[in-house]
Design a protein around this ligand. Structure first.
Ligand code: UD1
Length: 332
């Protein structure tokens, strides 16, 4: 039984998509900082289970609603009077966004406009937005800095890019303190592993836990900038609460390229009896390397992603309950 916490006078933060993967971790971080949090989620892909510890906290309130519904976000702002909105609700599947452009438009762009407009009408000071490295597309200049010309190659990336512009426009026009965070490859507990297009780490974690073989597309030498969800949540919480931030876009990344084979090695060390991996041809159109430059986040947000991939993967595997002891990794 978790003891209920005392009410605080901390900042009021409205979190959209609060029951999702990143939203629930962000809610937990904000509550840990003493914020008063209202979470909204339509539970289309999020789960109330993710908010189990949040709901035991008296500084948390949950509303089940679709924020693109008529006046929904406005009424939440009118009632709760947030200091900041952390806008994380959206269509997270890049593939589904490509297949359903209208849905992508409504959830990944129109929703952002509704958030910005509700913020303007109700005097919300700040909006933090879940943007994505997808806005860079297949950009050749690595590591990617925020000044690189965005070249999204998907409708998902397009909507994230356009959402940034909406919020920056509200910043320039109405003084909304806009912080657009461009997440790189996020992993960790509560990420949905069900689709073949889920993040590779969530797929590997689930398959290793179930004793099933994983598939490596290509030779495994591809690299990504993998960021633990706890770090992403901390970046969100900083962006929502740090005083005096001017409107900005900002990478949330580690700046350290990690090979897929390294990810595989860590999981194999945690599951020494797992079946051998299978190799399949690289997926068409995929990029070989992705890497962000973390300097702006460090300078302006005071944020450094400090979870090492090995310990992040270990914690993730152990959260699923089947990994070997930490010693397995130490001796790997
Ligand atoms: C991410 C998006 C993808 C989008 C791309 C460009 C996610 C989960 N994926 O892909 O939809 O098109 O950015 O913006 O948001 N892999 C395997 N085995 C698996 C699964 C994946 O080897 O079972 C490989 C992939 O081929 C890829 C690497 O792992 O080379 C990482 O895959 P993924 O986690 O999907 O991330 P991105 O490729 O960065």
């Amino acid at each position: 039984m978790i003891a209920r916490t005392k009410p605080t006078n901390g900042p009021r933060i409205l979190v959209t998509g609060a029951a999702g993967f990143i939203g629930s971790h962000t809610t937990d971080q904000l509550l840990g900082l003493g914020c008063r949090v209202m979470g909204v989620d339509d539970l289309s892909t999020g789960h109330l289970m993710n908010l189990r510890s949040a709901t035991a906290n008296s500084n948390f309130r949950f509303v089940r609603a679709d924020i693109t519904g008529p006046n929904v976000i406005e009424e939440l702002c009118a009632g709760f009077r947030p200091d900041a909105i952390v806008h994380l609700a959206g269509l997270v599947s890049v593939v589904r966004a490509q297949e359903e452009p209208n849905l992508n438009y409504r959830l990944n762009l129109h929703a952002t406009h509704l958030v910005a407009e509700a913020a303007r009408l109700h005097g919300v000071r700040r909006a933090v937005f879940a943007s994505s490295a997808a806005i860079y597309g297949d950009h050749p200049d690595l590591p990617l800095t925020e000044s690189a010309l965005p070249q999204p190659i998907s409708l998902y990336g397009m909507a994230k890019r356009a959402s940034e512009e909406v919020l920056m426009g509200y910043g320039a026009s109405f003084g909304l303190e806009t912080v657009c965070l461009r997440y790189f490859n996020v992993y960790g507990p509560r990420q949905d592993p069900k689709s073949p297009y889920s993040g590779v780490i969530s797929i590997f974690a689930e398959r290793f836990a179930a004793g099933n073989p994983v598939t490596i597309f290509g030779d495994g030498s591809q690299t990504r900038d993998f960021v633990a969800v706890e770090d992403i949540a901390r970046a969100n919480a900083l962006a929502a609460t740090r005083p005096g931030l001017s409107p900005m876009v900002c990478n949330v990344c580690t700046g350290r390229p990690r090979r897929l084979l390294t990810v595989l090695d860590v999981f194999r060390s945690l599951h020494p009896d797992a079946p051998a991996p299978q190799f399949a041809p690289a997926r068409p159109g995929e990029i070989q390397h992705s890497l962000g430059n973390p300097e702006r986040a460090a300078d302006r947000l005071g944020f450094v992603a400090n979870t090492e991939l090995e310990s992040g993967l270990r914690a993730f595997a152990q959260s699923l309950g089947t990994a070997n002891s930490p010693q397995a990794l130490a001796t790997a």
